[in-house]
Design a protein around this ligand. Structure first.
Ligand code: G4P
Length: 533
């Protein structure tokens, strides 16, 4: 299939508005080039005037995505934001995810709200730790992935080695779409397998073909040893790899691969086309009692992120809601299934990188921001009244567990409120030990603790400190046999805490003790994730 066969928007059969939505995220290891690629994608789509406007790094133009002091100080993007832009009649919603590994929990939850992901890989480094982790989260939900191998303008691993490594480490079928002709100083252009043409490094078409062998008749190309090597490796790759198949891609089992350079703008237009033409429409959302179909008439959505203080003047909280079905209109009353309360959504917002705008109408796949004062928590489902609970928005077992020390004994109440509020936002998880009255917080990364401490001090006026505890592992414990669970809790009462919802959590000194408990109580389930609701 060729993209040219599909491109013009007037050729599309009449579709429901939600079918024009493409909601996606970019996943990568820090420094692979996600920020640069985001800028380029927006620039290529004409959404911003000049590349550079989304960069939140020190010294560059800042945007609202780096509203927090810590974020600015560290030059990293802690919070996720949404960028919506139009392309050939499609609405693309790009959900930004923090690249810093400390904030992986936030990133994971953002991935529950997308229908596709672009995986950016540094051509010199191959698959890195964070890429692998994020990929695994995508795989849990079979999210289709487009692979962008970045930095071909620099020396890197050869394209065949890279394909091998990615396919091997991720156990994922790949199919090449853009193939580089050389790398680094020897980068001589690329072969576009969809448009069936060869382009020079500046992106100018220099040859076309029907069958790839036709290129052997082109003297100028054949005279270039770099081109011949590229052609050979491409042929090897193609003979070893399956052809592109849209259904397999949509099922999350096959990834189209584009080699390019975000910095030089190579392959960016092709990436955008791939996303526009092949990117999946909004998917059904797993829910209880039944999955939500995007074509369902009634409005439903879920909160995947809550962000506080986006606007310092308003001290508001924004709940980011991914719509799953129906046509939402401004002013509509929606029910929060968790609390059973109705709310009139009078000021919903869309986000365009730097700007927000009132959302008059939104459909499945869209992300709307709903300002609120703490009524909406991560994991909440919103409906027109039906009792439906979206599933698959997990809490992750914390890897860092600390006791909260209050510096001012008069402020116990305020501290409890602050911890509860911020736990609802998803900033950290809060536990109480069943013995004693300690407040315990759990986070995935140390930076999260810093954010928690500074926000509690600033927003609630409660100075706190964190003390180490002798725990490295936390696991939610469940059993179909309540007696067995009781026995375990009695045996481990010093190491049992309850989370916000009262579910028991086993705190273990280290992985060995966690394993030991598993062996001693084989009827219990020790879980590293827990659904939020
Ligand atoms: P991230 O968001 O994934 O962390 O990566 P980011 O885009 O910030 O890119 C990390 C570094 O890699 C940046 O260099 C960026 O300029 C560079 N880079 C991104 N894409 C390409 C590419 O296609 N080719 C080459 N050669 N470099 C690329 P830096 O020096 O760390 O930052 P800066 O000072 O340039 O901002």
């Amino acid at each position: 299939m060729s993209m040219t066969d599909l491109s013009p928007e007037q050729d599309r059969v009449a579709v429901a508005p939600f079918q024009t939505r493409r909601t996606f995220a970019i996943i990568s290891h820090p420094d692979a080039g996600k920020t640069t690629l985001t800028e380029r994608l927006l620039a290529a789509a004409g959404a911003i005037q000049a590349a550079g406007a989304v960069r939140g790094k020190a010294g560059a133009r800042s945007t609202r995505s780096d509203w927090m002091e810590i974020e600015q100080k560290r030059g990293i993007s802690i919070t996720s934001s949404v960028m919506t832009f139009e392309l050939n009649g499609l609405t693309l919603n790009l959900l930004d995810t923090p690249g810093h590994s400390d904030f992986s929990e936030d990133t994971y939850r953002t991935l529950t709200a997308v229908d596709a992901a672009i995986m950016v890989i540094d051509a010199a480094k191959g698959i890195e730790a964070q890429t692998l982790k994020l990929f695994e989260v995508c795989r849990l939900r079979d999210i289709p992935i487009i692979t962008f191998i970045n930095k071909v303008d620099r020396e890197g691993l050869g394209p065949l080695d890279l394909m091998d490594e990615i396919a091997g480490k991720l156990a994922l079928d790949l199919t090449p779409i853009l193939w580089p002709i050389g790398q680094g100083v020897d980068f001589h252009g690329y072969i576009d397998l969809l448009e069936k043409r060869v382009l020079n490094p500046a992106g100018k078409p220099i040859a076309e073909y029907e069958e790839i062998e036709d290129l052997l008749d082109n003297d100028a190309l054949v005279d270039d040893p770099v081109f011949m090597t590229a052609l050979e490796s491409l042929e090897l790759a193609r003979s070893a790899l399956p052809p592109f198949d849209l259904a397999t891609f949509h099922a999350g089992h096959l990834s189209p691969v584009l080699f390019g350079s975000a910095l030089k703008g190579i392959g960016v237009a092709e990436l955008l086309r791939t996303l526009g033409e092949w990117g999946p429409e909004p998917r059904p959302q797993p829910a209880i009692p039944l999955p939500i179909q995007p074509a369902d008439k009634k409005v439903s959505g879920f909160v995947f992120k809550v962000q506080a203080n986006m606007d310092a003047n308003h001290r508001d909280r924004i709940a980011f809601v991914r719509l799953c079905s129906g046509t939402f209109t401004r002013g509509m009353r929606l029910k929060n299934v968790r609390s059973g309360k109705d709310m009139a959504v009078s000021n919903p917002m869309f986000f365009f990188g730097n700007d927000r705008e009132l959302a008059e109408e939104a459909v499945a796949g869209d992300i709307v921001g709903i300002p609120n004062h703490g009524t909406l928590s991560v994991g909440d489902t919103l409906t027109e009244g039906a009792t439906i609970n979206v599933t698959g928005i997990p809490n992750f077992a914390p890897e860092i567990i600390r006791r909260v020390r209050l510096m001012d004994a008069m402020k116990t109440k305020q501290m409890a409120k602050a911890l509860n509020d911020l736990a609802e936002e998803g900033v950290a998880q809060v536990f109480r030990r069943i013995m004693g009255s300690d407040w315990i917080v759990g986070v995935v990364g140390p930076l999260q603790l810093e954010v928690l401490g500074s926000r509690i001090a600033k927003e609630y006026g409660v100075p706190i400190d964190f003390e180490s505890m002798n725990y490295e592992v936390a696991r939610w414990v469940e059993s179909d046999d309540p007696e067995e669970l009781k026995r375990f809790i009695a045996a481990q009462k010093n190491n049992i805490a309850e989370d916000r919802t009262g579910s028991p959590v086993f705190l273990a000194q280290n992985a060995w003790w966690a394993d030991r408990a598993k062996q001693d109580f084989p009827k219990l389930r020790f879980m590293a994730t827990k659904e939020r609701h």
